[in-house]
Design a protein around this ligand. Structure first.
Ligand code: BG6
Length: 519
């Protein structure tokens, strides 16, 4: 028998653009991203018959491969990183025939002439009309690649004539406010803003997409979603791992550029923006920008009061010795790069006036989790609240983005018994028990959208620039300033001790997820 819940499924798929036959060109294809994320995602889409047909990928790299050796190499990574490889291994051969390798140096124009030839040789005309160039390279190469593509006649700024082309740009988009603005200005010499797809893979996560559904398809939460009822909000994106083999990149980035400016500010925007007038890409992005612009700028003299940075030191964790950040591969021995950043922000608008937002992220912390916790105000100080004092907790909603994806509502309940004893209890929605185990890899959705020309989940120019403006005062203050004793934290902890002062100034404290299991 069909469940009532299934009869009530509301499908909005008609709003989604369908993918067209497409040639996807990946620059920087021999890097980690292609092996770990892009190819496993494409293969899974292929197995599910979601990829547009015809379809092909041209991978651009400097290393010495031909189509055959490159496909073999990719098979190894897909086998290692694709969650569903075993279920559809038999399809690998068919999929691999859609992958091609184009060897060359991205600073050498002959690469682009070869690329032009390779694109022109596509098995069908349709493949030449929808071109997606995915730049999985360092951001300082974006302009050079775009300029070459344009000179080679591979970019077309006129949306009414073929080919239809788009550029997907990996983060970080620039290194600070100024460089991001310059980059935007340069790129838009060659392409329209609507052809630029700045990626933030957090926006491709199911649970992040669910934030809008949760807020705007329900009537019970939104009336409470404001300063009248909400005391403060905490967003934690913590990682148990260190920087692994990414020292070369990370030592120039740090937690602020790597996570705060993009993923965390995006989560913040989705949690706190006003309802958009429609689900159209521009309507949603307009609201996100409006929200980001309402964040109170941090004056240089307030940086130390409103933010904390930290760097991990070596420690024994789960029976393993974890090295200090400064001893990691390709990290400068005296590096002052932050591996932890926390921020206290205010949103100066009608809805959020007076509500602090605490954001934090870090590597080698006590647990891996991404979550936003909405902490409600205390009930009036009468009845239970007046008798229990500080042992009565206020209510909260925790949006668990990963792992253990779901939503928890925490409220107070009476412990069964003759006495009146109260403690927090939980109502828990869990993705896995409700919908089954698999949540799609974020890149699958984003790749499909880029091929279809749907920019909803990509970052607009004004959005990326505003996000840089928010963190800029911190970047400036922290750059070149040696880390103080109190800014180090042992690997496996919840960050530097002085991070506690950030919420404590307003009478709040961090709610560490490992102390509060969802169930
Ligand atoms: C990336 C950062 O954007 O996001 C990494 O560069 C970080 O440093 C990663 O580890 C986290 O992504 P996820 O999907 O594992 O939470």
């Amino acid at each position: 028998m069909q469940r009532l819940d299934d009869l009530l499924i509301c499908r909005l798929d008609n709003n989604r653009k369908q993918s067209q036959p497409c040639t996807l060109v990946i620059f920087g294809a021999t890097g980690d991203l292609t092996a770990r994320k892009l190819m496993p995602s494409l293969f899974h889409l292929f197995c599910e018959e979601q990829l547009p047909l015809p379809f092909r990928v041209i991978c651009v790299g400097r290393r010495d491969f031909n189509d055959e050796t490159w496909r073999e190499r990719l098979m190894e990574s897909v086998r290692e990183f694709a969650k569903h490889y075993d279920n559809c291994a038999r399809l690998w051969y068919r999929f691999s025939t859609k992958i091609f390798y184009c060897k060359g140096d991205i600073s050498d124009h002959s690469l682009y002439t070869n690329l032009h030839k390779a694109i022109a040789e596509g098995e069908s005309d349709e493949l030449k009309h929808n071109l997606v160039f995915y730049l999985a390279t360092a951001p300082d190469l974006f302009t050079m690649i775009t300029e070459h593509l344009s000179k080679a006649g591979l970019l077309n700024k006129d949306e009414h004539t073929a080919p239809n082309c788009r550029l997907v740009l990996e983060k970080p988009f620039g290194t600070d406010a100024k460089s991001a603005k310059q980059l935007n200005a340069r790129l838009t010499e060659f392409l329209h803003e609507k052809q630029l797809y700045r990626i933030d893979h957090y926006l491709g996560k199911e649970t992040v997409q669910n934030l809008l559904t949760f807020r705007f398809s329900n009537a019970i939460f939104e009336p409470l979603w404001n300063q009248k009822y909400i005391d403060h909000v905490q967003i934690t994106v913590s990682e148990k791992n260190g920087i692994g083999s990414r020292g070369g990149y990370y030592d120039h980035a740090g937690a602020l550029r790597d996570m705060m400016q993009n993923h965390i500010l995006q989560i913040l925007a989705l949690i706190s923006m006003e309802p958009p007038v429609s689900l159209a890409p521009e309507a949603i992005r307009d609201e996100k920008v409006k929200l980001l612009k309402s964040i109170r700028p941090i004056a240089p003299e307030h940086v130390d009061r409103l933010s904390v940075r930290g760097q991990y030191t070596g420690a024994q964790v789960d029976g393993r010795h974890l090295p200090a950040y400064r001893q990691e591969e390709r990290v400068a021995p005296g590096s002052n790069t932050e591996t932890y950043a926390a921020l206290s922000l205010r949103i100066d608008n009608w809805r959020w006036g007076g509500v602090p937002f605490y954001l934090r992220t870090g590597k080698n912390l006590a647990a891996s989790t991404s979550q936003a916790r909405i902490q409600f105000r205390m009930p009036p100080p009468v009845l239970f609240a007046s008798q229990c004092g500080p042992t009565l907790d206020s209510n909260s909603i925790t949006l668990r983005l990963q792992p253990d994806e779901g939503i928890t509502l925490r409220f107070n309940g009476k412990i069964p018994g003759l006495d009146i004893q109260i403690r927090p209890v939980r109502m828990n929605f869990n993705y896995q028990s409700e919908f089954g185990a698999y949540t799609r890899e974020a890149y699958e959705r984003l790749l499909m959208d880029a091929m279809a020309g749907d920019s909803t989940l990509f970052i607009r120019r004004d959005e990326v620039e505003t996000a840089w403006d928010i963190v800029e005062p911190l970047l400036q203050k922290w750059s070149g300033r040696p880390l103080g004793e109190e800014e180090f934290y042992p690997a496996g902890s919840w960050g530097p001790e002085n991070a506690d002062a950030l919420p404590a100034r307003n009478g709040h404290n961090w709610r560490n997820p490992d102390l509060e299991p969802a169930e």
